[in-house]
Ligand binder design. Structure first.
Ligand SMILES: [Fe+2]
Length: 288
């Protein structure tokens, strides 16, 4: 039920522009709307289990923020870059159009996040309930992409993530790494993977900049709605069928049910904004 069965790399030349230069990044950080800027710090224990703290920019200007990202251990996400950073998007859009044509997908909604991350940052095991193309612009990162089977991605966890009663993390065990495809991503490469494939990321000791593009098609929208409806049904004691055994017509019916369920507020979104517990420039000072 996906357009790919393995991760796939495309080439692009967006990194040859000055769009991800220090100067441009400081400028965009300076003027980016605070409500679209996420600052995340992950920490990991010996078994690879993760905890998350989120921060806010405080009063720091763009250049100070950029220096703090380079010196810290954070991952900064500039959401809605497709609208808030049109100069970048003018470079990304034609590349994505070519990739979508090659994959044979017809996107109905596309969003972008510009991600700046510290040299040692790791993003934990998770999946995205959308198609993703990761355009890499600066630095080097390693990605592990895992199979989409029940062992690596239990359907009940997928439902909880989609209902947003659990953050976008799946149960992870280090032994899963043996089953992963591993890709070392360089500037000028764009990576995409099978729909819903779990993945995790480790920066390779250098400051990283990427543009992560999410896209929905009718297929992904129906699947997301079907998972949502199944999650609600499961909460009421029913046992839904496995998604790969749910035919398209049944998915469409479940999706329609999910719209009604959302209206009836049957699974309120329990993940409000995390409490923003540190200020980035302060954290960088401590780390220095
Ligand atoms: Fe992701």
């Amino acid at each position: 039920m996906s357009w790919l069965s393995q991760p796939k790399i495309y080439d692009h030349r967006v990194h040859e522009t000055d769009i991800a230069s220090d100067e441009k990044l400081a400028m965009i950080l300076d003027r980016y709307p605070a409500e679209l800027l996420d600052i995340n710090a992950y920490s990991y224990d010996a078994e690879g289990q993760v905890s998350l703290a989120t921060g806010e920019r405080g009063r720091a200007d763009g250049a100070t923020l950029l220096a703090a990202i380079k010196a810290g251990q954070v991952w900064v996400n500039l959401r809605d870059a497709h609208e808030a950073y049109p100069e970048l998007w003018a470079h990304i859009q034609p590349n994505f159009d070519a990739i979508a044509a090659d994959l044979g997908v017809k996107p109905i909604k596309v969003t972008g996040q510009l991600i700046m991350s510290s040299p040692q940052t790791k993003v934990p095991y998770h999946f995205d309930a959308a198609g993703v193309v990761l355009f890499h612009l600066r630095g080097v990162k390693k990605l592990w992409v895992y199979p989409t089977d029940e062992a690596h991605q239990p359907q009940t966890s997928v439902e909880k993530v989609i209902m947003r009663v659990q953050a976008e993390e799946l149960p992870y065990r280090m032994a899963f790494d043996e089953d992963a495809e591993v890709v070392e991503l360089q500037p000028g490469q764009a990576l995409t993977w099978p729909l819903y494939a779990p993945h995790r990321v480790e920066n390779q000791g250098v400051f990283n900049v990427s543009l992560s593009l999410d896209f929905q098609t009718w297929e992904t929208r129906l699947m997301r709605g079907a998972h949502y409806a199944n999650g609600v049904l499961r909460r009421y004691g029913m046992t839904p069928a496995a998604m790969e055994k749910t035919p398209a017509a049944a998915r469409a019916a479940l999706w329609a049910a999910s719209l009604a369920m959302k209206k009836a507020n049957l699974a309120p979104n329990l993940i409000k904004d995390y409490e923003r517990s540190f200020e980035l420039a302060e954290q960088a000072k401590k780390a220095a």
